[in-house]
Write a protein that binds this ligand. Sequence first.
Ligand code: SF4
Ligand code: ZN
Length: 310
Amino acid sequence: MNNGPVQKDPPACSVCGEPAVIHQRHVGRYLCGTHLIADLGQRVSETIASRQQVVPGDCVAVALSGGKDSTALLLILHRLFGSRSDVRLVAITVDEGISGYREATVRSAVGLVRQLGIEHITVSFEELFGDTLDMFLNGREPEACSICGILRKKALVAGAERAGATKLATGHNLDDEAQSVLMNVLRGDLMRLVRDSGRESSGRFIPRIKPLMYVQEKEIATYLMVQGIWDLPECPYAIHALRREVRSVLSGLEYRHPGTMLRLMENKKTVATAFGGKAPGEPVGTCRECGEPCSGETCQVCRLRHSLGF
Ligand code: SF4
Ligand code: ZN
């Protein structure tokens, strides 16, 4: 009698019966690599069409950090629009100056744009703000993500403007979006949900689009893996972020209660609808120092400029 471990066959793809690479628990389906690639392309294309994220004549600046989300985003957008003459894609990479981490992701970004033949613009904190994130932090590491977030946004817009872009696409996925909803609730900042929901269509800025907003992080990682692309190192400052704890709680909940993240996203819509899409404190004036739109007298970037001394 053989008492050794029982070798189980991998589950079969619900579409073609080939060995599956992923279990999409929220829809109770298994997919092989080929059908996962097709499924993601289809869903992203539907998100783009239903929200009119990209229209003929657009120049889409794609934020490309070189990490997994932005790599998947550029691959998918290139498949959807790469051969179209009425849509232009330009990749924008922000080099914050995070030593031991950013060099590798920038290299990966450069390799990808070369392979796809996409125009590429790199902007650095050093060039825009006079120094690297590492130097700015110097003892303020626990605040890394809030400082970096504000400066990154500014740098991405600078890159998008340089490209003459009409849209700015970021790789935020469903996990990121659901985490943001939960974090805003935990911080007692429900109004931010409304501000975030309106961002896709604000007329004064280059509108931001999030084509991966309904794709799970694990789907993206598997999508890249089946194409031979493996995950890159994580930013060393991420350990300080509240987001990291929220991420771990949320992925446990999603595993035990599939669909949790999508239901969290529903809250965003409900709150936004209840407030007619307008949050108190939404940018009303302009910064008295730099002239950028902001809600107070001075914008976040100028406030940082004073406290960091750049
Ligand atoms: Fe910036 Fe934080 Fe992202 Fe690192 S993890 S790149 S510090 S926002
Ligand atoms: Zn299949």
